[in-house]
Design a protein around this ligand. Structure first.
Ligand SMILES: O=C(O)c1cccc(C(=O)CC[C@H]2O[C@@H](n3cnc4c(=O)[nH]cnc43)[C@H](O)[C@@H]2O)c1
Length: 218
């Protein structure tokens, strides 16, 4: 069964080889055992790329992979790869979430989803076991945390360990479209730290390469 692989930027996928094509003005690759799409940064780009592709092609399982910030106290080290088992969309509704407004973001078989969206538990568990990776809670906002204090408050409020700009949108789109979705992140920086001296993009991309190649072998 072929994977649909997605990453926000080409920076996160330099190791993928395949026949290039364009989709929604961005890069795609047809490779051995996978089809890859670059989504662009942020929630809208992630959801619209997956939904537009899935509206024209059958997608059984999809993997979003990319860089992420680690929250203080997460126990995750820079350069470490993790799977995300649940995503929080933390900039939807009030600061306390969407539930107080009374409008769910998604309803599936009568179950309302407000700000928390699971990735596929079976797929995530299989990959975590096969690759020996931890499973974390991800928090997603279109705005990146700009200070350690902001990052710590978000982590505490929502019980999250990693921060990205796309995860919850991908998880929600997978649920809505009936796609089995998994999310892989490698820690490039401590969340809330904007000083690029503390970022380790190369190490994080190497961790992504090892994990993605492992997933494609599964
Ligand atoms: O400015 C740079 O030199 C630079 C180099 C590499 C990457 C960046 C990014 O801004 C990456 C954004 C991208 O990665 C995810 N990401 C990574 N760290 C965080 C974070 O602390 N908080 C939220 N998102 C993060 C994000 O999902 C984007 O797709 C800049």
């Amino acid at each position: 069964m072929r994977w649909l692989l997605l990453s926000p930027t080409p920076l996160e996928a330099p190791f993928l080889q395949g026949e290039p094509f364009a989709f929604l003005g961005r890069r795609g690759l047809r490779g051995e055992g996978f089809l890859y799409l670059e989504t662009g940064i942020g929630k809208v780009n992630a959801a619209l790329t997956l939904a537009a592709w899935a509206s024209r092609h059958p997608v059984e399982r999809a993997l979003l992979f990319g860089l992420a910030g680690a929250y203080p106290g997460s126990g995750l080290g820079v350069g470490e790869a993790v799977l995300v088992g649940e995503e929080v969309e933390a900039d939807l509704g009030l600061r306390g979430g969407l539930e107080p407004l009374g409008f769910p973001a998604l309803v599936l078989q009568g179950k309302p989803f407000y700000n928390r969206f699971p990735l596929d538990p079976g797929l995530t568990g299989e990959l975590a076991q096969a690759l020996g990776l931890k499973v974390a809670v991800g928090l997603t906002r279109d705005l990146v945390s700009e200070s350690p204090e902001e990052a710590e408050a978000l982590a505490r409020r929502w019980g999250a360990q990693v921060e990205s700009m796309e995860g919850a949108a991908f998880a929600r789109a997978c649920l809505a479209l009936g796609v089995r979705g998994a999310e892989l992140r490698a820690i490039s920086n401590p969340a809330g730290v904007r000083d690029k001296g503390a970022w380790r993009v190369r190490e994080a991309v190497e961790a992504l390469e090892e994990a993605v190649k492992g997933i494609l072998k599964e």
